[in-house]
Design a binder for this molecule. Structure first.
Ligand SMILES: [Zn+2]
Ligand SMILES: [Zn+2]
Length: 154
């Protein structure tokens, strides 16, 4: 179970909607109404709601940015676009599909690509992984659920 930036953005927009409603309510009172003086707290609440909306929005962006920095962490590397398609020869790793190269044995190094997918297996175990590793997981896993994470674009 994890919070998504989208949930926070949703809360932020509800705070905005509440603010607009509270403001409209206050504005609907006639200027000369003696009740006006007794509704100052409600008027101030619109400012608090605005701040709450802004804070929730900021938390959503912070979380999205943090998610974008999380590393996949699988103990072997893959091509970020094509997955398990690497060959290693004479100190160079090459993707057999796109021809991209790396100056080391990428297959023996921990994957440092950003996490972009959550894979949930049938018993509910969640694994976060990058675009490249999700390709292999899609091919290998029966009955898993694949969820694209809501992460900030780099
Ligand atoms: Zn490739
Ligand atoms: Zn990976």
């Amino acid at each position: 179970m994890s919070i998504s930036p989208a949930q926070l953005r949703d809360l932020a927009s509800r705070a905005d909607a509440l603010r607009a409603e509270a403001r409209a309510l206050y504005a609907s009172l006639p200027a000369e109404s003696p009740e006006r003086a007794h509704l100052q707290a409600a008027h101030q609440a619109t400012d608090w709601l605005q701040r709450a909306g802004e804070d929730l929005q900021r938390a959503a962006e912070d979380l999205a940015r943090f998610r974008a920095l999380q590393e996949c962490g699988f103990p072997w590397g893959v091509c970020p676009e094509h997955g398990n398609t690497l060959s290693f020869m004479v100190n160079v790793t090459t993707c057999r599909v796109c021809g991209r190269t790396w100056d080391n044995d990428r297959r023996s190094q921990k994957c440092r690509e950003p996490v972009t997918w959550k894979v949930t297996d049938p018993v509910g175990t969640e694994t976060l992984m990058c675009n490249g590793h999700v390709l292999g997981a899609r091919a290998a896993t029966n009955g898993a659920t694949f969820t694209r994470l809501d992460v900030a674009q780099q």
